[in-house]
Design a protein around this ligand. Structure first.
Ligand code: NAD
Length: 417
């Protein structure tokens, strides 16, 4: 079984136990409603025909249309797509959005394809799944190696299949010219920073002056750094795959962003106190750690050396189960990925609503709505965690439980169970 599916089933089981439910509910929620596998022929530049395989998994739609990204990756499997669609059901439910969970994937290395081959692949894939998507049925979005341009092709292909009807709401994460929002790019990192701020306020009354180390300086890490500093935190360490920089007085984030943009490596920042490796960064004596790069970086090997009291998961799965159990036992608060990086899907919802209302929302209003939504989602999750467990279990378990509970409630109300 793939690791993604193991993890998804592990946490579903934990949530079911937490809610005092049994095997029946577990089996009911374990399987996706439907998985479609499609063949995608593409005529390559040299005249040959290559056939790719793609999947769309629709896990549960008790709360609303299926929603989740589509990734292009040479290692993607059907199992992984199923696992990720299940996780989207919980993520959307926790974010209190009127969405179920879905996920898609195409087994391809997009870097090997010419732009016109990629366009053909995207159009042919979307045409193949056109019968099972739609603005009120299943709404894809960008994921690994797909982007606003991919969404523009999907939207266009969908319009063709539907006799020219311009159904903008069929995908989110579109370019601005086609109904997307500019705030989409900042949303995940902004939401991660906001989660850190809200958690700091709960723990210490304020974020002001708290020291932060951020691992990963890509889309999530950069915007998390930008807003955390704006809200009064002191960013003492930053890193990317080239390594990290440290300054106890606080780094100049604006300068670091410029260095990253111009020279592509944050380690080319001049004037920091010293360099740190990615491993050292995680073990620094800071108040808040924001892992925003890859998974499993906090694990059994380094968990005993972690000094931060608050970990906010910008990345997906940066803390392993064993490390989470150990650190939570020591009183470290870990804001789970499902909550800390929900800003993207919340903005997707704002985009979708905006498309359906004919496009009237202003960018400032979209950010305002994201702020309000993220704050209420964070507070509701935190309260549920305190009330139902007195913080005795990791916050992640309570978050899963709250999400699963909402889905089961909807299924009951609809008379499905
Ligand atoms: P990205 O590719 O823009 O940035 C990743 C950053 O991590 C880069 O700076 C890269 O240099 C760095 N990195 C790679 N390997 C590293 C390593 N071993 N140590 C330290 N740094 C390393 O990606 P992103 O969009 O910022 O996504 C980061 C994480 O957040 C991923 O886990 C992703 O699944 C998750 N996430 C992203 C979004 C989103 O909207 N971008 C939404 C939800 C979750």
């Amino acid at each position: 079984m793939s690791k993604a599916l193991q993890q998804a089933e592990f946490f579903l089981k934990k949530a079911i136990d937490f809610l005092g439910l049994g095997e029946q509910e577990y089996h009911l929620l374990r399987q996706p409603d439907r998985v479609i596998e499609v063949k995608i022929p593409v005529r390559m530049r040299d005249g040959s025909i290559r056939v790719f395989t793609g999947w769309r998994s629709q896990h549960n739609n008790a709360l609303g249309p299926y929603k989740g990204g589509i990734r292009y990756h040479p290692d993607v499997t059907k199992e992984e797509v199923i696992a990720l669609s299940m996780i989207m059901t919980w993520k959307n439910s926790l974010a209190d959005l009127p969405y179920g969970g879905g996920k898609g994937g195409v087994r391809v290395n997009p870097k090997e394809l010419a732009p016109e081959e990629l366009e053909q692949l995207s159009r042919n894939f979307f045409r193949a799944i056109a019968r099972v998507v739609g603005p009120d049925f299943d709404i894809p979005a960008p994921d690994v190696y797909t982007n606003p341009q991919t969404m523009a092709w999907y939207f266009d292909e969908y319009s063709k299949v539907n006799q020219g009807e311009q159904l903008f709401g069929v995908v989110t994460g579109k370019p601005k010219r086609l109904g997307g929002l500019e705030t989409r790019i900042i949303s995940t990192g902004y939401g991660t920073a906001l989660s850190a701020k809200l958690a700091a306020e709960k723990l210490w009354g304020s974020l002001e002056g708290k020291t932060v180390a951020i691992q990963g300086f890509g889309n999530v890490g950069q915007y998390a750094a930008k807003y955390l500093v704006e809200w009064g935190a002191r960013i003492v360490a930053l890193s990317d795959s080239s390594g990290g920089i440290y300054d106890s007085r606080g780094l100049d984030v604006a300068k670091a962003l410029e260095v990253k943009r111009e020279k592509r490596k944050v380690t080319l920042y001049e004037g920091a106190e010293r360099m740190v490796s990615n491993e050292e960064l995680l073990e620094l004596d800071v108040d808040i750690l924001v892992p925003s790069a890859i998974e499993d970086v906090i694990n059994e090997g380094n968990m005993k050396n972690i000094k931060a009291k608050l970990i906010v998961e910008g990345a997906n799965g940066p803390v392993t189960n064993a490390a989470e159990e150990y650190l939570s036992g020591r009183g470290v608060v870990i804001v789970p990925d499902m909550l800390a990086n929900a800003g993207g899907v919340i903005t997707s919802h704002i985009e979708w609503v905006n498309n359906r209302m004919g496009g009237w929302i202003k960018e400032e209003e979209a950010l305002q709505r994201l702020t309000e939504k993220m704050t209420s989602v964070f507070n509701n999750t935190w309260e549920f965690w305190e009330k139902e467990s007195q913080r005795k279990v990791p916050m992640r378990i309570a978050a899963y439980a709250l999400a699963v509970k909402r889905v089961l409630d909807a299924m009951r109300l609809r008379g499905w169970i």
